[in-house]
Every structure is written in structure tokens, then in C-alpha cells.
Write a protein that binds this ligand. Structure first.
Ligand SMILES: Nc1nc2c(ncn2[C@@H]2O[C@H](COP(=O)(O)OP(=O)(O)OP(=O)(O)O)[C@@H](O)[C@H]2O)c(=O)[nH]1
Ligand SMILES: [Mg+2]
Length: 399
């Protein structure tokens, strides 16, 4: 059977799952949560047939399971919980999932003994939520010594562990010791400027993957659905009538356009959800009279779709000019050769040549799903295959 997973596509690609006997630390700053990472890891491993043990001291098993349910991560079966919370509140757990209750969570000897005994039963994965609370109950040295005991058990049993940790301004030397005690660390942080307007995670250490640099990615924790890699602004630009609004409406579930007589006069906006990614698409108008808006609309975009009409090579210089005006040059880009269903549509290699595109630049053909339904005064629905190919190509460049 394969090793345990993260169940988070980006991490599984970066790190290839969690090999046995390894410890992964999810270290979050206090302003952002890490618990959803735990729900997602547990759910996906149980789904993959793994035996998972949860050591829980942050909340009751009931609330934990109900949070999992909100994210649609409630495991069907097989989650065993060591409950180190309920005894503090005096309310007995009724979740039916607990294998062990810690009678006195303030007694470190009991906590260690019960956890280590449970590990002997042969789990594939231990999830500990939360390590910071253990340290706060006792002290950092206790936390580190427990980790080294867990490591010994892992050596004997082949278990891997995921440790959830919130970095509440502990001393740097303690953090350093913790980092060297684990095999991999994923940092979860907020992008903060007075208010938090984004959250990101990044692998900052991993001892089983060599010669790879890891990028940080923005994410959103979505109910239901869990961790989604999030791109806050992707620009969609290109000449008049090329099909920008059609692309945005076809790619997103809830696009809105500010249009007049079928032409965009301010902008288009759409949210999309695609294979674990979330993105906000911003479309520009194509008509030259709106060019003063272009720079504003292009600001802070992190990637671009350039949409051209495959039958109108005379508009290609305009397409390139729009990249310049939106200041999108140099960003990851995918060019969409739309209206490939129309007579006179150029082939992809002709388009590549006429637009002076290097071979590495993604170029994707798109066309109307149903030619008979194309309305000259409305954006039209584009065929899904082309849309998906374009999204995959851009997201690959962005992660
Ligand atoms: N046959 C065909 N028609 C298309 C296709 N894509 C868009 N159209 C039509 O072309 C026209 C322009 O499409 P839009 O998506 O509004 O183009 P736009 O780039 O947003 O236009 P502006 O906002 O005015 O710059 C509409 O009538 C669409 O129905 C396509 O792939 N094939
Ligand atoms: Mg438009």
C-alpha cells in the first residue's frame, strides 16, 4: 500500500506524500488556522484505506467531527481518537469514536503513556492537534521529549505523523529545536497589512525531497471542499469581440459583466473552482475607448489569459498592445485562440507565428459549445475541453 498522503494536491506533488516513519509539522501563525489541513489529511487517508489515530486536546471529539462535516471531510469509518479534552470540561464524549480518554490532561505521564500505548496498535498515521496546546499545558521540553518517544514508536511500527502547531511567539531556540526534530515543515502564514487579506502555505523543509525549490501558494479554506490554492487576480484581456466575456462566463460559476449591447464597457468578473484551485478572473473591455481603464484593471494580476479571435489576425497587433497597456508583460500567460469553429480560423502554428509567441508559451484553441446558439449580442458558452486545458496550463505555471 502507498504511503500516507496530504490529500492537498500541491503538497502531494511537492513532497510525494508522507513516507513512513516521517514527521511533518504544520506550523501556522496565530492569525491563520491550520486545523483544516488536519481534517483534509485525515479524511483523505481514511478514504485511501489508512488507519489513522487522532490525538485531540484542542476541542471535543464531537466538535471536531462536526467541523470535519462542515468541510465535507467526515470520514466514513476508521478514525480513532484519543480524547485529551473532554475530561477538562467534565462532559463525557459521546462521539463513539474515542478509543481512549485521558482522565487527567494535566498529567503529562498519563498523556504520554496512553498515546504511546495506542501507537503500538499499528497505525499508518498519527495526527496531533494541537502540539502548541501540549506545550502550553506543560512546557517545550515535554513536547520535544514526547516527539522523540513518538519517533521511536514510528521506527518500530512504520507510522508517520502530522503535527499541528500554532507559533505563539515561542522562543526562537525552542522553535529551532522543534524544526530539527521533525522531517518536514509546512509553514502557514497570513499576508498581513493591518488586516489579513490572504493566507499562504509553503514547504520550508523536507528531508526526503532533494534538489527542489518549493514555492509558496495562497489558499482559501472553503466549506465544503477544504484547502484550495487561490489566485486572487488573473487578468483576461484581448481585442474587441475576441471572446473574453465568453471565456470568463464559461470558466466560472457566477460571472458578472458590465456590458452594453454585448460589449464589455467596464469589466467582467468571475470566480472559478477548478481541480482544487480557486481563482478570481478579471476581464477587460476590448474597445479602444476604454483603454484608460486597462492599467487599473491589470494591476496586481499574477497571470494572464490573452484571448484572440482566430479569424482576425489583423487584430493581433492590438492584442499585443493590450498586454503592454495592462502591464501584463512578463506575467505567466496562456493565449486563447478562440472562435476556432468559424470559417477562416487560422491554425495554431499560424497564430503562434503571427503573434510572435515563443514555443514555451501556452496556446489553446477554444470554440463555442454550440454554434447554433451563438448570439451576436451575448457572450457564448465555450466548449469545456478548451477551457480546462487553458486553466490547467496557466495554473501549472503559477504553482
Ligand atoms: N462562433 C463563435 N462565436 C463566439 C465565440 N466566442 C464568442 N463568440 C461570440 O462573439 C461575440 C463576442 O464575444 P464576447 O465574449 O462578448 O467578446 P469580448 O471579448 O468580451 O468583447 P468585448 O468585451 O466587447 O471586448 C459574442 O457574440 C459571442 O457570442 C466562439 O468561440 N465561436
Ligand atoms: Mg467582453
Amino acid at each position: 500500500m502507498n504511503d500516507p498522503l496530504f490529500g492537498i494536491d500541491k503538497l502531494d506533488k511537492d513532497l510525494n506524500g508522507i513516507p513512513e516513519k516521517k514527521i511533518v509539522l504544520f506550523s501556522a501563525s496565530p492569525s491563520v488556522g491550520n486545523e483544516v489541513f488536519g481534517y483534509q489529511v485525515i479524511y483523505n487517508n481514511i478514504k485511501a484505506g489508512k488507519k489513522v489515530l487522532l490525538m485531540l486536546n484542542r476541542t471535543s471529539p464531537e466538535s471536531y467531527l462536526s467541523e470535519m462535516k462542515d468541510y465535507d471531510f467526515l470520514p466514513q469509518s476508521g478514525l480513532d481518537i484519543i480524547d485529551s479534552y473532554s475530561s477538562i470540561t467534565g462532559i463525557n464524549s459521546s462521539s463513539g469514536k474515542s478509543v481512549t480518554t485521558i482522565d487527567n490532561p494535566y498529567n503529562k505521564e498519563e498523556v504520554s503513556r496512553k498515546l504511546l500505548a495506542e501507537l503500538d496498535k499499528g497505525y499508518d498515521l498519527l495526527v496531533l492537534d494541537s502540539f502548541s496546546l501540549l506545550i502550553d499545558f506543560f512546557d517545550f521540553d515535554y513536547g520535544l521529549s514526547l516527539l522523540s518517544e513518538i519517533k521511536k514508536k514510528q521506527e518500530a511500527n512504520g507510522t508517520s505523523s502530522v503535527i499541528l502547531f500554532t507559533d505563539w511567539n515561542y522562543e526562537q531556540k525552542d522553535i529551532n529545536s522543534l524544526m530539527s526534530a521533525v522531517n518536514s515543515t509546512v509553514e502557514i502564514r497570513g499576508v498581513e497589512k493591518r488586516v489579513i487579506f490572504g493566507q499562504y502555505f509553503a514547504v520550508i523543509k523536507c528531508d526526503w525531497v532533494q534538489n527542489k525549490t518549493f514555492s509558496s501558494v495562497l489558499f482559501k479554506a472553503v466549506k465544503p471542499g477544504g484547502i484550495k490554492i487561490y489566485f486572487p487576480k488573473i487578468l483576461v484581456t484581448g481585442p474587441t469581440d475576441a471572446g473574453k466575456s465568453s471565456f470568463i462566463h464559461s470558466a466560472s460559476k457566477d460571472a458578472v459583466s458590465v456590458d452594453k449591447l454585448g460589449g464589455t464597457i467596464a469589466l467582467d468578473h468571475g470566480n472559478l473552482d477548478f481541480k482544487g484551485y480557486k481563482a478570481d478572473l478579471f476581464g477587460t473591455p476590448g474597445q479602444e475607448r476604454f483603454d484608460p481603464l486597462l492599467k487599473l484593471l491589470g494591476g496586481e494580476a499574477i497571470g494572464v489569459f490573452l484571448v484572440v479571435d482566430s479569424t482576425k489576425p489583423e487584430q493581433f497587433p492590438r492584442a499585443i498592445e493590450m498586454l503592454r497597456k495592462t502591464e501584463a508583460y512578463g506575467l505567466p500567460i496562456v493565449v486563447i485562440a478562440n472562435k476556432a469553429d468559424l470559417k477562416g480560423a487560422l491554425k495554431l502554428d499560424e497564430i503562434r507565428e503571427k503573434l510572435h509567441l515563443d514555443n514555451e508559451i501556452g496556446l489553446v484553441q477554444t470554440f463555442a459549445e454550440d454554434l447554433s446558439k451563438v448570439d451576436p449580442n451575448q457572450p457564448t458558452k465555450l466548449k469545456k475541453e478548451g477551457i480546462d486545458e487553458a486553466l490547467s496550463l496557466l495554473f501549472k505555471q503559477l504553482t
